[in-house]
Design a protein around this ligand. Structure first.
Ligand SMILES: O=P(O)(O)OC[C@H]1O[C@H](O)[C@H](O)[C@@H](O)[C@@H]1O
Length: 541
């Protein structure tokens, strides 16, 4: 891969690829050349440092790394998650064609369909009031207790699809900090609250601890016998769920071939389904399926996940950009960056390639972001004038859900476009000075102040445009990013589907609990950790 990285670096230098402004000036067709679509979704990557030579080399790099063959291995259920010896089949969960998907000699689709229809029946029952609380009252609130992949997906999507929300209110408790569950329960009536305990492993300490607090909330107010009416669970570990005491009729399973951060399409999506109804949940799956089909069939230069992934890899590994900002101009996508942080950074933040040797070059970038326009009034300063180049990914719908507030949507759209335009265009010192002079600044002062008002420009961005944030559009957007992570992971040569990097901290926390509780001393700890334990103890009331 290093030879192609070198070829790309040479091409960047020879073609002055990072002078994106000049590329626009030289080519009036640049937008149509470097924007591609899928249905109403448009991906404009013309404001990145690509040109014909770079695109040819990126296609060659993808070919050399075997991206297409590895993609097919994933879809076919091969055990590409080698360190956990598992298949990677979140795509089977939205395989709307229902074609067989074989794992260990058996088709997984009958099980996938059975869980989906059980979820649908349960969601309908909760929504209609047919399934009610212990005192016969209809559920007005559901509380999902989960963390990581068992929280971020449903929490992000429930917020994103608020206009479709006609079921009970949905709340999400994830943090082991008692403040989270306490603040949530304060608002709720136990008689009308349903808890969904979501955990792939059903061992995660945060979730198990919050689940016990929720259990006490019901048992204390309504009695032990009421507990069964107020709990449901989602997990791959059905034996552990049974041990917790949740009735098997209210347990929705999934499988070890669904990674936590890829599980929104599984029963982990139950709170979303209860919120927006099974039909809208189906449309959400349809959107993802449309991307799956496209990813497998579209030619490289028209393939959205391929292009997004290869441009991302190029920006990270060839151009050396260390982070990327995801800025939806869509308030309802305000948790999208948090969701992508797990999807991308837990998948591609790795130090070794598949054979265990160190990554040659870089692996995944830091992913971060906040919705626009808010980000503009906070950290955009650094995006425009900071010393690091940070590629930005904008997203904007042509239509909101508030026709009476169309003017606000027009402001939103113009701000989104203005930001990518400003990043590209910049402002020269001469322009800055001329502006100051026009504002009647003295010549010598204008000369001194002008550098502060210079924008280098040529800062890359990608923009997504879509009709409206429907369930279908949301499913499509998430699946697009999932496959982008896949493409980049193949290019980095890593296993995107394990997460060993989260384990050490968990092990150490288990060891530190008795120290924090005072049952064990601080001997053997480094002096910082021992000092911090003492500082906390010294302040405990
Ligand atoms: O669903 P669970 O088994 O409770 O896991 C919840 C989360 O915690 C783990 O530490 C992993 O890092 C995540 O990938 C996972 O989504």
């Amino acid at each position: 891969m290093q030879s192609i990285v070198k070829a790309l670096r040479d091409a960047v230098a020879e073609t002055a690829a990072t002078d994106i402004r000049a590329a626009f000036a030289a080519d009036p067709d640049r937008f149509s050349r470097y924007s591609i679509g899928l249905g109403d979704l448009l991906l404009d990557f013309s404001k990145t440092a690509v040109n014909p030579k770079i695109m040819t080399l990126l296609a060659e790099a993808a070919g050399k790394a075997g991206v297409a063959a590895k993609r097919e291995a994933m879809f076919a259920g091969e055990k590409i998650n080698l360190t956990e010896k598992r298949a990677v089949l979140h795509t089977a969960l939205r395989n709307r064609a229902n074609t067989p998907v074989i794992v260990d000699g058996a088709d997984v689709m009958p099980d996938v369909n059975a869980v989906l229809s059980a979820m649908g029946a349960f969601a309908d029952g909760i929504r209609s009031g047919k399934i009610a609380g212990a005192t016969g009252k209809k559920f007005t609130d559901i509380v999902n207790i989960g963390i990581g992949g068992s929280d971020l997906g449903p929490a992000m999507t429930t917020l994103a699809l608020a206009p479709y929300h006609d079921g009970p209110r949905a709340h999400y408790v994830s943090n082991v900090d008692g403040a989270h569950i306490a603040d949530t329960l304060k608002l709720l009536d136990p008689e009308t609250t349903l808890f969904i305990i979501a955990s792939k492993t059903f061992t995660t300490i945060e979730t198990m601890t919050n689940a016990k607090s929720a259990r006490a909330f019901i048992a204390d107010k309504l009695g032990e016998a009421a507990v069964g009416h107020h709990f449901a669970a989602v997990s791959t570990a059905l034996d552990k769920v049974a041990a917790f005491g949740i009735d098997s009729a209210r347990v929705f399973g999934f499988w070890d071939w669904v990674g936590g951060r890829y599980s929104i399409w599984s029963a982990i999506g139950l709170p979303l389904m209860i919120s927006v109804g099974p039909e809208n949940f189906g449309a959400f799956l349809d959107g993802a399926y449309a991307v799956d089909t496209h990813f497998r069939s579209a030619p490289f230069e028209k393939n959205l996940p391929m292009v997004l992934g290869m441009v991302g890899w190029y920006q990270r590994n060839v151009l050396g950009y260390t982070s990327r900002a995801v800025i939806p101009y869509d308030q309802r996508l305000s948790r999208f960056a948090a969701y992508l942080q797990q999807l991308d950074m837990e998948s591609n933040g790795k130090g070794v390639v598949i054979d265990g040797s160190p990554v040659d070059g870089s692996s995944g970038p830091v992913v971060w972001g906040e919705p626009g326009t808010n980000g503009q009034h906070a950290f955009f300063q650094l995006l425009h004038q900071g010393t690091d180049i940070i590629p930005v990914e904008f997203m904007i719908a042509a239509n909101g859900f508030e026709p009476k507030l169309r003017y606000q949507h027009e402001l939103l759209m113009s701000n989104c476009l203005a930001q990518s335009q400003a990043l590209l265009k910049g402002r020269t010192k001469a322009e800055a000075k001329a502006q100051l002079l026009a504002q009647k600044w003295a010549e010598d002062e204008a000369e001194k102040i002008a550098p502060h008002r210079v924008f280098t420009g040529n800062r890359p961005s990608i923009t997504f445009v879509y009709d409206r944030l429907t369930p279908f559009a949301l499913g499509r957007l998430i699946a697009l990013y999932e496959h982008r992570v896949f493409v980049e992971g193949v290019m980095f040569g890593i296993n995107s589907f394990d997460q060993w990097g989260v384990e050490l901290g968990k092990e150490l926390a288990t060891g530190l609990l008795p120290v924090v509780q005072g049952a064990k001393g601080t001997e053997g700890l480094d002096s910082s950790t021992a000092g911090l334990v003492a500082a906390l103890k010294g302040r405990a009331e």
